[in-house]
Design a protein around this ligand. Structure first.
Ligand SMILES: O=C(CO)[C@H](O)[C@H](O)COP(=O)(O)O
Length: 222
């Protein structure tokens, strides 16, 4: 299997101990920290926003990989930059002008990412592939952790692998939703370079995190 980045989603962490949880996954070998921001409007769930991210920032030096499931996005871009986001990923459906939004994210000093829902075709990325540093393939409908991986998204990952290789650009191809030790190898074979996992990392509590992360990389767990 190729090397992959593991980005644990703190959606499955103990929200009463978020700082502690981030320190634990950092120490357990996480490459990035995946932070899901939901507004109860773009997706049917609510999490948190820039003030919480700012308080979490001192707990890890690893990149904060922030996935915005909010609409609109543009009024909040500077707030996420100030809070310490490194990668800011948005949905084309959040509108109204995805190209302008990606440029604004880069201008604010962050890496722009685009998130693709299970029902959204891969071609939506064609006009903006030069403007993104990360493509996030949602392998569940966004909003909740603990859902099952949607197999049809493997074909989309393969399509993105081809598009990225043809672009000649260094773009992280990330997958999110239902990843575990059975689905992760299939996503890696299809071409992803980063895996987001919530339930599969946080199950069993802090003493299990290192083994859970290693299992997603396809390493033997002792
Ligand atoms: O973005 C998300 C949901 O919108 C979560 O990051 C994702 O679903 C991870 O959870 P799990 O690994 O439990 O499926």
């Amino acid at each position: 299997m190729r090397d992959v980045l593991i980005s644990p989603s703190i959606l499955s962490a103990d929200f009463a101990k978020l700082g502690e949880e981030i320190r634990a996954i950092d120490a357990a070998g996480a490459d990035m920290i995946h932070i899901d921001v939901m507004d109860g409007h773009f997706v049917p769930n609510l999490t948190f926003g820039p003030p919480v991210i700012e308080k979490l920032r001192p707990h890890s030096d690893k990149p904060f990989d922030v996935h915005l499931m909010i609409a609109p996005v543009d009024p909040f871009i500077d707030d996420f930059a100030k809070a310490g986001a490194d990668i800011l990923t948005v949905h084309p459906e959040a509108g109204p002008h995805i190209h302008r939004t990606l440029q604004a994210i880069r201008a604010a000093g962050m890496k722009p990412g685009v998130a693709i829902n299970p029902g959204t075709p891969a071609d939506v990325v064609d006009p903006i592939i030069d403007d993104v540093d990360l493509i996030l393939v949602m392998s569940v409908n966004p909003g909740f952790g603990g859902q099952s991986f949607i197999d049809s998204q493997l074909r989309k990952i393969e399509a993105f692998r081809k598009k990225i290789d043809e672009s000649g650009r260094k773009i992280i191809l990330e997958v999110d939703g239902g990843l575990n030790s059975e689905t992760a190898p299939r996503a890696i074979d299809a071409g992803v370079t980063a895996i987001v996992a919530g339930s599969a990392v946080f199950k069993g509590g802090p003493s299990s995190y290192a083994g859970n992360i290693a299992a997603l990389r396809g390493e033997m767990v002792s």
